[in-house]
Design a protein around this ligand. Sequence first.
Ligand code: ZN
Length: 91
Amino acid sequence: MARKRSDTLRKRHRTLIARGHPPCAICHQPIDYTIPYPDPDSFVVDHKTPFAHGGKDTLDNKQPAHNRCNRVKSDRLEQPELRQHYTNRTW
Ligand SMILES: [Zn+2]
């Protein structure tokens, strides 16, 4: 039940963020909102503070981003365990 409500909220936020076609909040380049996901240049909703870092599923914690920009950011912020795993390795 809660999950269903949350998905609806997410869709509403996505629509609100896409309205006015703002540029990417990460690289500041325009986003082509006609490109379908999961194209690297497609529009995605980025969380300013990721869930893993205590970010909330609220509109103020969301911003528009390119799929590729969001992915680069995720690699840096959202997978500390994975990174640690790799950096612990002796090359
Ligand atoms: Zn971007």
